[in-house]
Design a protein around this ligand. Structure first.
Ligand SMILES: O=P(O)(O)O[C@@H]1C[C@H](O)[C@@H](CO)O1
Ligand SMILES: O=c1cc[nH]c(=O)[nH]1
Length: 314
């Protein structure tokens, strides 16, 4: 009997996540410290049992904005005077919103912060008995060879050595998890962009995403506190990346792809470029323009989610 089967006594039940931790079965309680929610403290099935889509991105304001966008797109009403509830407002680590079957949460910056959120949300959704989940990361990034404002759908996340591998060090050993994104989902998102004639407003491209563990040296910037390479060496590396199909850099795609692939869950990563790294290191676009850029992925992912929900209701 495999690891996964051993966890589930009811083998007829569809499983949410593969490779789930066997030990969860024998925990009397499971408290998600960073969310202030828990298996025995909350009725997770009532709160989250209908979730089908999980949307994540760095900042809480972006996720709140996307939740409102989806509420309007799906035609859901909330009573006058009330606003969407931040389910995890008691903690200031993460914010979480829910609109029908769509859950929104901000993951902060970098793989460690994202990994904590994914651990706790995935366990929560498992206890809630959710099925057929799709996860999205809706982020910002530095584009490579693309105009600022371009929306980039990740094909595959790569590390700083351009390897499509998410590395975890567990009990003194290296574990590698693969980082290819769902090919059908990428096709679906590109098709939706075409059908919506998004290119009249902004470009949408797909390619590899370099996931760095910092914003400065890790992303070949020359404006960090340290830099022992020349501007020419920086450009040389960025051009090499571009030639190998890397079109953007950010800081979470490896963990997002690595963990969700391991759990065999469908996921997509869609980020907007705030600048073209072949031209600049500093982000100088106005605050208003950055806010407008950040909402561009909403249109594509929003429409994907809307169609899935509508098809299911028919
Ligand atoms: O989703 P966000 O906009 O946080 O993604 C990128 C990668 C880092 O988290 C952050 C760096 O500015 O932006
Ligand atoms: O250049 C950028 C812009 C946003 N986020 C990043 O990680 N890098």
């Amino acid at each position: 009997m495999g690891h996964f089967d051993a966890f589930n006594n009811d083998l007829t039940k569809k499983n949410t996540f593969h490779n789930l931790n066997n030990h969860l079965n024998s925990l009397e309680d499971d408290y998600f410290y960073h969310l202030y929610l828990g298996k025995n403290q909350n009725d997770l099935k009532a709160m989250f049992g209908d979730v089908k889509f999980v949307c994540m991105g760095g900042t809480s304001k972006r996720m709140q904005k996307f939740a409102h966008y989806m509420k309007d797109l799906l035609g859901y009403r909330i009573p006058t005077g009330l606003t969407l509830n931040d389910i995890t407002k008691i903690t200031d680590r993460y914010s979480m919103y829910k609109v029908g079957p769509v859950l929104f949460a901000n993951h902060g910056i970098g793989c460690p912060s994202l990994s904590i959120l994914l651990n706790e949300i995935m366990k929560l959704l498992h206890y809630a008995g959710c099925e057929d989940l799709t996860f999205f990361r809706i982020g910002t990034c530095g584009g490579i060879g693309v105009d600022p404002g371009t929306v980039i759908i990740t094909d595959q996340a790569v590390d700083g050595l351009l390897r499509p591998e998410y590395r975890q060090y567990i009990l003194g050993k290296e574990k590698i998890r693969e980082t290819q994104c769902d090919r059908q989902l990428i096709k679906d998102l590109l098709k939706i962009s075409d059908e919506m004639q998004i290119s009249r407003k902004f470009s949408v491209v797909n390619g590899k995403t370099l996931c760095a563990h910092d914003f400065y040296e890790g992303q070949s910037r020359i404006d960090g506190v340290f830099c022992d390479y020349t501007k020419e060496e920086k450009l040389d590396f960025l051009k090499q990346c571009y030639e190998k199909g890397v079109v953007n850099m950010e800081m979470e795609s490896l963990c997002f792809a690595g963990m969700l692939n391991y759990a065999k869950v469908k996921f997509g990563i869609v980020c907007v470029a705030l600048l073209n790294r072949l031209e600049n290191d500093q982000i100088t676009a106005s605050h208003e323009l950055i806010l407008e850029y950040q909402e561009r992925p909403f249109e594509i992912i929003g429409e994907y989610v809307r169609r899935k929900i509508m098809n299911n209701e028919e």
